[in-house]
Structure formats: C-alpha cells, structure tokens
Design a protein around this ligand. Sequence first.
Ligand code: DHB
Ligand code: FE
Length: 279
Amino acid sequence: MARISASVYSSHVPAIGAAIDNGITGDAYWQPLFAGYEYSKQWIAEQKPDVILLVYNDHASAFDANFVPTFAIATGDEFQPCDEGWGPRPVPPVKGHPRLASHIAQSVIQDDFDLTVVNNLDVDHGLTVPLSLMFGQPEAWPCLVIPIAVNVVLYPPPSGARCYALGKALRRAVDSFDEDLNVQIWGTGGMSHQLQGPRAGLINKEFDNDFLDRLVTEPEALSKKPHIDYVRLAGSEGIELVMWLIARGAMDDDVVQKHRFYHVPASNTAVGHLILENS
Ligand code: DHB
Ligand code: FE
C-alpha cells in the first residue's frame, strides 16, 4: 500500500530559483539561505520518496483570471516549467503519476472535495523552486510529482480549516492506493511577505515563528486562523501559508520534527522551512 512518510514545507521565492540557475548560491546574500537546506538535501537523498504530492500556488502563470480553480490536481504524465517572463527555468520537466493522481481525484471528489482535474499544466516557481531547494540541479528530478494547485492569488482563498480537511482527504486517498509507494506531501509558499502597495516589504517574524510552532504542535487550532489575520499580519502574500495546512493535515497528529529553518530576507520574503516525519 502507498503511505505518506513525511512532509516538507518551504517558501518558493523566484529569486531563489534565479540564484541557483545563475550559479550565485555562494554569494554573501544567498549563502545563509542555502545553508539552511543542506540538511534537507542529505535527508531527502536518504528518504528516496517515490512520489511527492506538491501543494503549491500558480501565480497567474498557467491559470489566469479566466479560470480560477480553488483546488486543482494535475493528472498528466509530464509538466513543463513555464515562462514567467525570463524564459522557462533551465530545470528538468516534472514527471507525474497519472494512475495515483486519478485515484486521488476519484477518492477526494467522492469524499466531498470538488477538485478541478487538470491534464496539461505548466508549472511555475511555486512548484519548481522548492524542488530545486531540496534536490539541487539534477539531470532529471529523482521522483514523480503530482502538482496540487491552490488559489491564493485571486480573492477569495480557501480557509485554513478547508485546507486542513483537504489534507486529511488526501491522506485517505493515498492510504487506499494499491501500489507500494513512499509518498511525501509538500506545502509551499509563505512566509510573511507583501509584494505590492504601501506595505510592500512587510515581514513579521513573530507571526512566522508562532505559525511554525503551532503547525507542528497544534495544527487543528492553527487551521482556524481566519484568512484576514494572514493578510493583516503576514502581508497580502502571507496567505500562501494556508497551503502548509494541507500538507500538515495529511500527516499524523503527532509528528517528529527533523528540521526547522527560518531566514530573512530572500527577496521580499521571510523564508521558512520544516521537515516533519510520521513516526
Ligand atoms: C516573491 C515571493 C513569492 O512568493 C512570489 O510568488 C513572488 C515573489 C519575492 O519575495 O520576490
Ligand atoms: Fe508566491
């Protein structure tokens, strides 16, 4: 049977991808950020996941104001990095797992979550930057990836409670899949940041660290945080953090924290990173 063994949480700042692609990760500005992912690279090389359910948000790259799915799952067998204005990132295509993705779609939709099913999907920095942080620059990504896209770009975003409950439905779906697979679930985006308006550049270290604490120890209570608190306290893009609750919902109530890292700044964003294992 398939099982979810661990979850990874990470910010997804595009400039991090550019630093990797342009070979400047050792520069004084970037070195402390990448140092925080050294443990993670060793850890994942040992874990060898077969499949990652990668929860991320598209930034009006593949979707636009014409189609705004709140939750979407990609069932195709390959996804290309999309052009976000500087040409596609020089990273390998992402290989999917159509059979597991279709099983998840069936299980989760019949479990009362109305996922949008997408076949062709180009993936933006929200998905590729966390892959680069965890795997570096391989010729091909070492495992399969099922993209799960969440709308946090156009109002209204889903609530934290809905995200947490979706995580639980994803767990039931994976647990009922017949193939023996080591599955991880990743939650990406955040932490505090605001990219536009008078508050551009906002960072809230206290909010972020409280979120990291509570995601580990009391995720259900954390999931009840109203969306307006994210926007007010963590900035307009801080709402990306609700996606971390999907990954956390798919884990056991009690988890083992293997790694925690927090660093400011990376571009306009406070970078947070956690690795949690089921025991
Ligand atoms: C930045 C952060 C993001 O999450 C994003 O999607 C785009 C830009 C930034 O800090 O520059
Ligand atoms: Fe983002």
